[in-house]
Design a protein. Structure first.
Length: 406
């Protein structure tokens, strides 16, 4: 039988009623002639509550113990889901990430999947059982320690399992009906996409679209696993994320991201090796740098600005100040009130004038652009956080991405 992997997020399994509704869907998929593997997140806001609980007893909880704590959320969901399915007359079994053979590196809180040895999963499928797997977690085979994959890690669990099991599809069930041209909470006429390419979805995910985790899309692209993003609250078709799409729109969507801050090192000597001296320590501290801008050199000095995640900005500031002192540079400024707006579309690489339209539309709305970054299918601009929603609406309208009136 074909294998279908389904993933259900926290809102989809938030209470017994929703778990029962999901169980009905899973049983229907099984009775339609499919082997079914289900990946579940923790119920509702359980993960946030566990994090709050940890900080109530220790302001700086150890990574190992945090992973031990946080994995409890998915264990609750998986056991309840297996019980609900069994109550409907279908055999089911639940596995933790380690029991399912999800092997990771040793990075607590942000582990990466290295391999899946899914013997227990495949044996259970052969026995006719629905398999429920706890998302977001695995095990380091060297130290035998439980690990977690970071926020959104259940998506990565699901697509990685789909790849390992050679599933026909990976269905990601969430509280929205698919991938939209913009956040519907900001743009009233945002349009649901019927399909989008892996490359475009990767850019949208990296630019702040919260529907899918970037690593899950990378797994899908690497192993060519179609991903179907759909709502767990109805039976409507969602958005297919896949290698080839029927049409390549010039622009597929607008994403925004409020999670970054800008760090600027002033009056940096403009000579070879200076940039490396600044960014090497950031890399060694495992701080991801997103956008980088170096201003025009004046009198042998320049300013260098870069963006990092807000939760890493204090560490980035400390490193930047240390390097500024060693390089005899100027002050280090931090601006946490910025946001990024990004335009993504596979068609822009063959259609001139997209950038001009972006900057003209933002200028017409009185929105200043502080930093710019591009790829062949993406244009990203840093603006003041207070202007980001206006920027999204302006760009969405400028490229006529909304629903077409009848």
């Amino acid at each position: 039988m074909p294998i279908v992997v389904q993933k259900y997020g926290g809102t989809s399994v938030a209470d017994p009623e929703r778990i029962s509704r999901v169980a009905d869907r899973i049983v229907a998929t099984r009775r339609a002639g499919n082997d079914v593997v289900v990946v579940v997140s923790a119920m509702g806001h359980t993960t946030d509550e566990l994090i709050e609980l940890a900080h109530a007893v220790n302001p700086d909880p150890p990574g190992r113990e945090m992973d031990m704590l946080l994995t409890a959320g998915e264990r609750i969901s998986m056991a309840l889901m297996a019980m609900a399915i069994q109550a409907r007359g279908v055999e089911a079994v639940s596995f933790t990430g380690s029991q399912a053979g999800i092997l990771t590196d040793a990075s607590h809180g942000s582990a990466k999947i290295q391999e899946i040895r899914g013997t227990r999963v495949t044996d259970s499928l052969r026995a006719g059982k629905v398999v429920i797997v706890a998302g977001f977690q695995g095990v380091d085979p060297e130290g035998k320690e439980v690990t977690t994959l970071g926020r959104g890690g259940s998506d990565a669990t699901a697509v990685a399992l789909a790849a390992a099991l050679r599933a026909s599809v990976c269905e990601i069930y969430t509280d929205v009906e698919g991938v939209y041209t913009a956040d519907p909470r900001i743009v009233a006429d945002a349009r649901k996409l019927s399909e989008i390419s892996f490359d475009e979805m990767l850019e949208l995910a990296a630019s702040g679209a919260g529907v899918l985790m970037s690593r899950s899309v990378e797994f899908g692209r690497r192993f060519n696993i179609p991903i179907h993003v759909r709502s767990s609250f109805n039976d409507n078709s969602g958005t297919w994320v896949k290698e080839q799409t029927m049409e390549q729109a010039i622009i597929s969507g607008v994403a925004h991201d409020r999670s970054e801050a800008k760090v600027t090192v002033r009056h940096v000597p403009d000579r070879p090796g200076v940039a490396a001296a600044l960014f090497n320590p950031l890399a060694e501290a495992d701080i991801d740098v997103d956008m980088i801008v170096q201003n025009v050199s004046r009198d042998g000095y320049t300013d260098i600005s870069f963006t990092v995640a807000k939760d890493a900005v204090d560490r980035a500031r400390t490193i930047a100040e240390k390097m500024a002192s060693e390089l005899e540079a100027g002050a280090v400024d931090v601006d946490e009130h910025i946001a990024k707006v990004s335009l993504v579309g596979a068609g822009m690489k063959s259609h001139p004038g997209v950038a001009a339209t972006v900057f003209s539309a933002l200028a017409g709305a009185g929105i200043n652009v502080e930093m710019i970054s591009t790829s062949t299918i993406r244009i990203s601009c840093v603006v003041k956080e207070e202007h980001v929603e206006d920027a999204v609406r302006v760009l969405h309208a400028a490229f006529e991405l909304g629903e077409v009136s009848a």
